[in-house]
Design a protein around this ligand. Sequence first.
Ligand code: ADP
Ligand code: MG
Length: 385
Amino acid sequence: MTGTADGFHRLYGAAPEGVWAAPGRVNLIGEHTDYNDGFALPFALPHRTEVAVARRPDRTLRLHSADVPSGVVTLPLDRLHPGRPPEGPESWAAYPAAVAWALLDAGRPVGGADLHIRSDVPTGAGLSSSAALEVATALALTDLYGIPLTRPELAALARRAENAYVGVPCGVMDQMASACATEGHALHLDTRTLERLHIPFDCAAAGLRLLVIDTRVKHALGDGAYARRLASCHGAAAALGLPALRDLPYEDLEPALARIEDPVRRRRVRHVVTENERVVRVEELLRAGRLRETGPLLTEGHASLREDYEVSCPELDLAVATANAAGAYGARMTGGGFGGSALALIDADAKAAVTLAVTQAFGAAGFEPPRVMAAAPAAGAERIL
Ligand code: ADP
Ligand code: MG
């Protein structure tokens, strides 16, 4: 993608001081673990959000996105207040505003700025366009205002912006993936310590491909359901006397489950603990170069999200089942669920066949046609101009 700097120039009548980019992400495995202090294994998409920025001498933020029809949104820096943003065409501006607010709230000396944003990350598709926007904005503002933050600090700040200002109770995985991923690698992430390991993940060299199947649906029940899952997990950890479900070892799962009376809560705990274990096993297989063998673990993870965590939906289930029936090594929903995207691990030459099979199955089920893209692990956030 080019032209973000040009777009800035046309809009504001002067060149930007720089352009920063941050990618969307796909989570290979480790879903709904990041608010349980657990593990995840995301990688960065080649799709990314670019933000062209220039500082201003006053304390005004001017925000513009080429991807929404709202025009320029002008906000006084010192009157930003957390809370759920209003519905309407300007609601998107809460994400970059949130980052400026979080910097100020942390005592960081950020000043006014003009921003122009352009992205090819699909929005609302479970591929983290929100984190891409936050991380690109945070990197730009901290660079321009000389605020020294490490990448994990930057990710944590972006997460706090989304939690406290936008009002979305997300974990830190999305922001960490966007801020810290590296090309050709999956990012093994410990969401408690923010320790990370870059695990080589070269599908092409293994004759494989990862397909991302965007179902193009986002079911409205997702928001409340997410908060209930989070409460259920935190309640279960407290009842078991643990700081977080991450502290329940896989080996101790069965006796712990026997102590939980509520069958729904039992299933939630089983998902989180088995999912953490799947992250460890997938990582071991990647390290051993046994990429194909990760497939069954991906599919097992999907079953766990469908049956135990109950965050899948008919479109995601159909995408996974059809991809597997068409020869995928494994497939699963990725992201929070209730719509969004699935991923499938396939042979490099199987893209057309799997895409056709999924598209036909969606048509036969009366669903909108999905958008299918190949995704190779790409670079994390960086300054590009
Ligand atoms: P996801 O992160 O999975 O894409 P979210 O609902 O968390 O979905 O975030 C999507 C929201 O983020 C959009 O509705 C919009 O408000 C904001 N957003 C993301 N990318 C852009 C962009 N390029 N321009 C304007 N707003 C964006
Ligand atoms: Mg998001």
